[in-house]
Design a protein around this ligand. Structure first.
Ligand code: NI
Length: 169
């Protein structure tokens, strides 16, 4: 089932998510909904907080459904290593129409569980590392806009506030 994606400013998007404790049918249904919602958007990543579910789960697929092996489901993820730097444009399904350059580590080693609860460790560089960190931020209640500083951030936030006031957000 495709779920509505929350937008910047909607409260559940800005709250920290809790660990998953049960790998049951409800979790599997939620993960399936997240994958379907990500593909329908379309997007390369989605966190549970973006559909208003405060649990530490994200899905990432750089191929957006074209290659089955590219789909990654991460439950209760943590970064065990982070190094290097990358500086690229970033966007978000929760802030359609906005992009900004965000500084991120260039490489991460992420550990978490897959959908059945088995531990998995995935090394990521480039865009995949960026996607992991972007989605991990969502699980901590943070959108990429919150990583910007000064005028860059103010301009985007002001535009979003205007859109909200006119009912276009
Ligand atoms: Ni996002």
């Amino acid at each position: 089932m495709i779920r509505p994606i929350l937008r910047y400013g909607e409260r559940p998007l800005h709250e920290r998510a809790a660990d998953v404790t049960a790998f049951d049918d409800d979790l599997h249904r939620l993960i399936d909904d997240m994958i379907e919602t990500m593909y329908a958007a379309p997007g390369i990543g989605l966190a549970a907080t973006q559909i208003g579910v405060p649990l530490r789960i994200f899905v990432v697929d750089l191929s957006v459904g074209r290659k089955a092996e590219d789909l990654i489901v991460m439950v209760n993820p943590v970064f065990v290593e982070r190094d290097g730097t990358q500086l690229e444009e970033e966007g978000c399904l929760s802030a359609p129409g906005f992009n900004a350059t965000v500084i991120r580590p260039g490489r991460v080693l992420a550990r978490g569980a897959n959908r059945t609860g088995d531990e998995q460790t995935i090394e990521a560089t480039g865009l995949l590392a960026r996607a992991f960190q972007h989605e991990m931020d969502h699980l901590d209640g943070m959108v990429f806009i919150d990583r910007l500083r000064g005028i860059k951030r103010d301009v985007i936030v002001r535009k979003i506030q205007k859109l909200r006031k006119s009912g276009k957000w």
